[in-house]
Design a protein around this ligand. Structure first.
Ligand code: CA
Length: 485
């Protein structure tokens, strides 16, 4: 017969085991932060004490990749564990796009919800809402709540795209029914652009005046909502997906960040991001949750200096606007590119007592989070779930190597295998140039040995035809198989 002390001990052991496998999880996805933007990744003109603190207490990855070089496909791949390039309609979405994740599919939040987590998304969504064209004047669904979140407070698309309103769960916040929102996306890119709050946006917004967000308060609002969710759910395991906006255009950091960096307004926006991170870390400390919380901080794609589109310049050293700050460090290319600057991003993971502090060269990607969190919470994924998501928990917890291959996704696809990087690419940056090159048959293989040439300066395809042939076949096989897990 079990005595009371025995029962108490058994209960305590079960409790500790549960805490081991169900730590709180906070995944912070910065927008357009580049590989060189944090102090712990080499920045000197921008100061990021909170990212640096996290890195000193956790594991800093040097070969982590956003699943795509732009917003929407990265977020799709993070949520579903499927490379976005496999699915039509997962490119950068307008604010009237319907939800692109099928409700019922296993996602990061639905997986964690099954393990008893309270789940929330706070910040930039950009995965579509409702049915195209989204009606913001009614109950807006399906959306985050239909794919696994218990709570959502979101920017529907992105800061430079209408509607410029907050959506909490199924409703626009502060919407006056007498002033309904009408969106016109007849011209999605380029001119004419509309203006909301004096800032150019893609897609015209009429109505919804009382619901307009204040651009310079976005970071404050996201921090406040995140802290409230953590406070409200501190007694049970929780998952917070915090998707910040700061560095994406339009860059409107609060006045208290203006002029604080030595890298122009973009640097000031990175300071704003770091402040948000600090608020979250301080909250964990205050509530004594730090030791039982896995925090991951990363970015949805590489940095870009001025525009929303890709350019091909190395390091963008425009002294006028960023004082020579190299937002992607030594990497080639920017947001949008299949060169390393497009997808290789900062990635820091901290879980005191479980993740040994240091630096890791393991190849990992946000597309791996679904399998990795399944492994962490001891859940089995169905065969059809998460087709491209690999379990990289050993890379996080045991310092083991990560993936052996990874498909990088910019305007073209690229394959990583060890230090080799293979692309089949035409001259010039941008999607249009690549489409022209494809039509004209002027694309050529490029091969880089990143171990010796991280900046991708020297194409060695001609010296290694056997590597090119093998990698071209592997990439074609991964594409044809429809899965890579
Ligand atoms: Ca982005």
């Amino acid at each position: 017969m079990k005595t009371l002390p025995h029962l108490l001990l058994a209960g305590l052991c079960a409790c500790l085991a549960a805490a081991e496998s169900t730590p709180n999880v906070i995944f912070i996805l910065a927008d357009d932060i580049g590989y060189g933007d944090f102090g712990c990744y080499g920045a000197t003109k921008i100061r990021t004490p909170n990212a640096d603190r996290l890195a000193s207490q956790g594991l800093r990855f040097t070969d982590a990749h956003a699943p795509s070089a732009v917003c929407t496909p990265t977020r799709y791949a993070f949520m579903t564990g499927e490379y976005a390039w496999r699915k039509q309609g997962t490119g950068i979405l307008p604010g009237i796009a319907g939800l692109i994740i099928e409700p019922g599919r296993t996602t990061v939040p639905s997986l964690l919800k099954r393990a008893g987590y309270a789940t929330a998304v706070v910040g930039k969504w950009h995965l579509g809402l409702g049915k195209t064209p989204t009606d913001y004047n009614t109950e807006i669904k399906p959306g985050p709540l239909e794919v696994g979140f218990d709570y959502s407070w979101i920017i529907p698309a992105t800061g430079d795209r209408t509607p410029c309103v907050w959506v909490e769960n199924h409703r626009v916040v502060n919407l006056d029914p007498a002033d309904p929102i009408k969106l016109d996306y007849a011209v999605q890119r380029g001119e004419p652009r509309s203006f909301v709050g004096g800032i150019p946006r893609i897609g015209e917004q009429l109505g919804g005046k009382a619901a307009l967000w204040k651009d310079d308060l976005i970071a404050d609002v996201l921090a406040e909502k995140s802290i409230k969710f953590i406070e409200d759910n501190q007694a049970k395991p929780f998952f917070l997906y915090l998707a910040t906006h700061d560095i994406h255009v339009p860059r409107v950091p609060h006045s208290r960040f203006r002029g604080t960096s030595d890298a122009g307004i973009r640097g000031d926006a990175v300071h704003s991001f770091d402040w948000t991170l600090g608020r979250v870390l301080d909250t964990l400390d205050r509530l004594k949750l730090t030791d039982n919380t896995l925090v991951i901080v990363t970015s949805d794609n590489g940095g870009v200096l001025d525009t929303n589109g890709p350019t091909d310049n190395v390091n963008s050293g425009d002294g006028k606007t960023n004082n020579g700050h190299a937002h992607n460090g030594v990497l080639r290319g920017n947001k949008g590119s299949a060169y390393e600057g497009g997808t290789r991003v900062p990635f820091i993971a901290r879980w005191p007592g479980h993740i040994r502090p240091g630096t890791s060269g393991a190849l990992v990607s946000h597309v791996d989070m679904l399998s990795t969190l399944a492994s962490l919470t001891r859940q089995k994924l169905a065969e059809a779930d998460a087709p491209d998501s690999q379990d990289v928990l050993p890379a996080l917890l045991e310092g083991k190597p990560g993936r052996t291959t990874l498909v990088e996704h910019g305007n073209v696809l690229a394959l990583r295998s060890g230090d080799w990087k293979y692309l089949f690419v035409g001259p010039g940056a941008g999607k249009k140039n690549q489409e022209k090159a494809k039509a004209k048959g002027t694309r050529k293989p490029e091969l880089y040995d990143l171990g010796k040439d991280l900046s991708e300066t020297t194409n060695v395809a001609e010296q290694h035809p056997e590597v090119v042939a093998k990698m071209a076949k592997t990439l074609a096989d991964i594409q044809a198989a429809g899965r890579s897990r």
